[in-house]
Design a protein around this ligand. Sequence first.
Ligand code: ZN
Length: 390
Amino acid sequence: MDTSLANAVKAAVSPQRLTDTALALVAIPSPTRSAGPVADELARILTADGFELERPVADWPEAPAVVTRLDSGSPGRILQFDGHLDTVHLPFIPARLEDGVLYGSGASDMKGGVAACVEALRALRETGALTNGQVLLTTHDHHEGPWGDRRQLKALIREGYVGDGVLLPEYLATPLPVAGRGQVIFEVRVRRVGEPVHEVLQPPGTPNVLMAGAELALRLRALHERLQRHTHAHAGADSCFVGRLSSGEIYNQVPVECMLNGTRRWVQAGTVEAVRAEFEQLLAELARDTGTQVELDFSISGDAFAISPADPLVAAFQTAHQAATGAPLPLGGKPFMDDGNTFVALAGIPALTHGPAATGAHTLDERVSLDELVRVAQVYALTALAYCAA
Ligand SMILES: [Zn+2]
């Protein structure tokens, strides 16, 4: 990467302008499914800056998406920046700036990151550095579960608002996640026929659902141990985890139901049906062995994904990170699921999650340093230079 051009783009990132944008976005409450007012504010900011806007409804009329492009006018790749404007449903914390740190609802997750994307666009436009390809910015509602179902992002992808690769400024600054696990949340109900009955009055042969549930927990632990052999260099290993187990009303009553709740995660993309079949088989054996009925709710959060470390997006990102900070990032796995999983699965494009080293996501104490937001804006702008040139 041309050092003087990289330095010019870095210098064009304005901490003050970035701060103003981040403050303006965090100042407006936007719990999931109610991101309309903040989307309107972002649209106002971009329009005032002279960017041309699109407001696709994308399956959510409450808060049409905000889309803009920086087009070099010459052929090249399209790099997408994608962010969600909605926040989790917690009491609203107003925006506040103190000693170079931004506080408030969405500061970390992820209005600070969205503001960094906007500042990257401004820096690229001001310097005229983008001579090939295009940068596409998409922002939307409906991200945070369980309130949102990601319908707006899915609609945007369906309607063609996708680049050749996408960066997502969630609160993960290191490593660079080139793989992530898929996840299912399971809820199992182990039942027997009949009513609750006193311990000493139960008919002979009455199935004990509590013991069957305990047995299931042990079998899932054994499954987890077997699953540890399924590994991926960056994503980690398959797992099965039980976080809740409940049954019974009082100490000497034979209950009718036992509930187990947990997660099953996997590293190999495209194996969710095999994961389901294996789980159902285990439950069928439990029902047979214990004389109970077993019911399964198997809620798929998303599939595993992996991006080739040789992908041009990874190479462009690392070149940019080196230019912005002096070193590339170590490659690793993504600990959470985000919209990147959806881009890989539905749009078939590489997705890299990289954002500020921010803290307090999904709490009342979100905080992100302005230095981090400046760094992210620089890395995003420089990644566009490296990626779109080809
Ligand atoms: Zn987020």
